[in-house]
Design a protein around this ligand. Sequence first.
Ligand code: ADP
Length: 260
Amino acid sequence: RDQVWVDARAARFGENYVMLIVEDRTESKKLEDTRRDFVANVSHELKTPIGAIGLLAEAIVGAADDPQMVQKFAGSMQKESQRLANLVQELIQLSKVQGAKLGENTVSIDLAAAITDAVERNHLLAEQRNIKVVSAAEPGVKIRGDYEMLTTAIRNLIENAIVYSNPGSQVGVGLREVEGIAEIAITDSGIGIPESEQERIFERFYRVDPSRSRETGGTGLGLSIVKHTALNHGGEVRLFSKVGIGSTFTFRVPIENQES
Ligand code: ADP
């Protein structure tokens, strides 16, 4: 399935000898392709709201003598500019966490506090969608990490659980310690994720249902940010999901006193 890309050069030595230098460029070719795809994806994602804002501005000028229409277009314009702002913010967050090493912001974090903070940051969204977020995290499970990065990742998982659930349902957030690992579990009884998509949803801009994601203000970057944050903290993300039943994402990182 994988192609091998080689860069070959030949040099002649005297009459009878030729030296052939063969270099395996598969990795650098892959990296180059990934970079090119990323730029193409970002451009595409930016173009949509920018185009919409331009059209709405024109519509406002055209409807200047109809205050009701002006208000309607201005409201849509505000939504599009919010989407643009979200996208830029998530791109900045992704560039911060991708391949980053934990630096001077590394502190001891009580995960119960980070969870409470992440739940709080989703308070309005949960209220709007009539979802009850139930958290049962006891203090005392500590890890070393970047508080802001970590809280953002947990917030993203809770946000997804809220967004991809049916109004009136519950989202659970649990915390436990298993064999030196702190495990945060976010469970919803929402739409679930088909098995064939479960690996791909951690890729940048990958969505199972692009129109639903856009409708709810998603950028397609949330889970990439979560995955890279877990990796930065020496951990991983696991997913258990069944279509129509719901999903559980577990965010697992080594507890503090087990680290070197
Ligand atoms: P988005 O901004 O689209 O939510 P994410 O990277 O956070 O981007 O998630 C990628 C995709 O994974 C989503 O578009 C959605 O299809 C799917 N997904 C993520 N979390 C859930 C969940 N809790 N339940 C069902 N689908 C989910």
